[in-house]
Write a protein that binds this ligand. Structure first.
Ligand code: AMP
Length: 326
């Protein structure tokens, strides 16, 4: 189970941190993937663009290879049981731990005029989304590690107090280590809303991709063999490893170690490999995005699957809590 907020275009971080794993998991697991529209309200209360953004995230997920016949692909707000479980979990979440969450502190700093209770309890809603399907594996990027740890704490408190209902959810990645895709300016991670010029979106056109990659920070190169790489150079290699062939990466690594690397050539190569990677996804997402009828059908089908699993869990929860009086 996993989700993505409809707060903007998907980027390379969303792809390599999350969606790539969704696509691989769909053949091996029973999967629930949602557009986290309720979560987006914690920071984006204006709903004028929401429908467009929900459609965009759905289209981009499908364009990346997610098959709505294999997984439940749905919209968070269509599953009302989420709100009930969120309420119960809120009684097991403490103010102190919520205030210490890194993402809460970051967002409170970014939006000082809107530090709402939904923002504070974001990890509780996220835990409710996950355990509503009694999910075990949660494919997410590295930035979500702390939220998953909190979800495990809420699960353990629930199970301890009311009886074993939920498995402990864990952050999952096929490559073992969780992924953090760095931004092109070497400052932090790629993200939907910050540093738009340092983020590669799956909707960027070829020229924009080339421009962004060519602007990535470099220097004049090492002068001593086998010099440790500065962060921003390591980041370029990291991006190259995601989209380029192994022998290409090995060539530039060799050039770096032998102090003959030409970063201009490396970035040109990276830009072309990035264009090759992003173009088919962008083109497919564009062709799906405006097909409202198809997207509506997918959301309905996904919600029906998710609702079935949610209702079964809520029955177990009410029984365990002793709330079934009638
Ligand atoms: P969000 O865009 O915050 O809704 O995140 C959706 C998914 O993308 C989550 O699983 C995140 O962990 C993942 N994600 C977002 N940005 C990055 C990044 N720069 N590197 C790796 N994963 C990311």
């Amino acid at each position: 189970m996993s989700g993505i907020r409809p707060t903007g275009y998907l980027h390379l971080g969303n792809y390599f941190g999350a969606v790539r794993n969704y696509v691989r998991m769909q053949d091996e697991f029973e999967c629930y993937f949602m557009v986290a529209d309720l979560h987006s309200l914690t920071t984006h209360p204006d709903t004028k663009e929401l429908k467009l953004n929900v459609h965009r995230v759905l289209s981009e997920n499908i364009a990346c290879g997610l098959d709505p016949d294999k997984v439940a692909l749905y919209c968070q707000s269509h599953i009302y049981e989420t709100a009930e479980l969120y309420l119960y979990l809120n009684m097991l979440a403490y103010k102190g731990e919520l205030e210490k969450t890194v993402t809460f502190k970051d967002k409170a700093r970014q939006h000082p005029d809107n530090i709402n209770a939904g923002l504070l309890t974001y990890p509780v809603l996220q835990a409710a989304d996950i355990i509503l399907h009694r999910a075990k594996y949660v494919p997410v990027g590295k930035d979500q590690e702390q939220h998953l740890e909190m979800a495990r704490n809420f699960v353990n408190r629930f199970n301890h107090r009311y009886g074993d209902v939920f498995p402990e959810p864990i952050a999952f990645n096929f490559g073992d280590d969780l992924v953090k895709v760095p931004s092109l300016d070497g400052a932090g991670k790629m993200s939907k809303s910050e540093n738009q010029y340092a983020t590669l979106y799956l909707s960027d056109d070829d020229e924009l991709i080339r421009k962004k990659v060519m602007k990535a920070k470099t220097d004049s190169g090492p002068t001593e063999p086998n010099t440790p790489m500065p962060d921003y150079i390591e980041n370029i290699f990291l991006l190259m490893k995601l989209v380029s062939a192994e022998d290409v990466v090995a060539k530039y690594q060799g050039d770096y170690n032998n102090c003959i690397i030409r970063y201009g050539d490396m970035k040109k190569q990276l830009a072309e490999d990035m264009v090759k990677f992003i173009t088919p996804i962008r083109e497919q997402a564009d062709s799906i995005r405006n097909d409202e009828k198809y997207l509506k059908e997918i959301m309905e089908k996904g919600a029906a699957k998710a609702r079935k699993s949610a209702k079964a869990t809520i029955e177990l929860v009410r029984d365990a809590m002793g709330l079934n009086y009638y």
